[in-house]
Design a protein around this ligand. Structure first.
Ligand code: MG
Length: 218
């Protein structure tokens, strides 16, 4: 199984599963012409979706419209089931940044048919991730800046203050559905500015002047 790296100690975590939150920033919901949800919208990616910098990221050949979605990613350090919001941050091992790569054309078809998003969201290389840092490296977790640029041009810039569901709510809610385990990753939703990526693109992502990562698209 693939791994996530907690720096600067270089501790390696095997990643059992990746849980992603959709529709967590109002402006992204608007650009998708979607509806907000009354509890976090969650879906899964497999461990094989992980790519470490610098890639390369290989895009699936069954889509003509792969979009980048930059997201804050949480690294879980402890088992949690039905954890209360007030205790939820205690299971965090680290925070990083990643890209929820999405086959938008395949997702649009699935939405129309009321089908699952698996082929649109869970393909190999659909989860490029940075290394992780403990929460001590950051100020307020609900005031983190995240950004993504493609070939030197800024495409997405957001702040966790604009999330509908904050990290404690997300962790607590997911733990009512499935047991969180050491090494699990949680993608916490994307701000607006999602756009296509193409073969040959150089993608850079960053979080709070603390983390940067760079990926090549093959
Ligand atoms: Mg997303």
């Amino acid at each position: 199984m693939k791994t996530a790296i907690l720096a600067p100690v270089d501790k390696e975590f095997i990643v059992p599963k990746i849980i992603c939150v959709g529709r967590n920033y109002v402006k992204h919901i608007q650009e998708m012409k979607a509806e907000a949800t009354t509890r976090p919208l969650i879906f899964l990616k497999p461990s094989v979706a992980i790519v470490h910098p610098p890639g390369p990221i290989q895009l699936p050949n069954y889509s003509q419209d792969i979009h980048h979605e930059v997201e804050v990613v949480l690294l879980i350090g402890d088992t949690a089931k039905n954890i209360a919001e007030r205790d939820a941050l205690s299971v965090l091992a680290g925070v990083g940044v990643g890209i929820d790569l999405t086959a938008r054309d395949v997702q649009a078809q699935a939405k129309k048919g009321g089908s699952p998003w698996t082929a649109a969201k869970a393909f190999d290389d659909s989860a490029p991730i940075s290394h992780f840092l403990s929460t001590l490296h950051f100020g307020r977790l609900d005031r983190m800046e995240l950004w993504l640029e493609v070939n030197g041009e800024i495409r997405q810039r957001g702040n966790t203050k604009d999330m509908i569901y904050g990290f404690p709510e997300i962790i607590s809610y997911i733990s009512t559905v499935m047991t969180l385990e050491e090494g699990d990753l949680i993608f916490t939703g994307t701000p607006d500015g999602v756009a296509p990526v193409h073969s040959g693109d150089l993608i850079r992502i960053g979080l709070d002047n603390q983390i940067e990562a760079e990926f090549i698209v093959e």
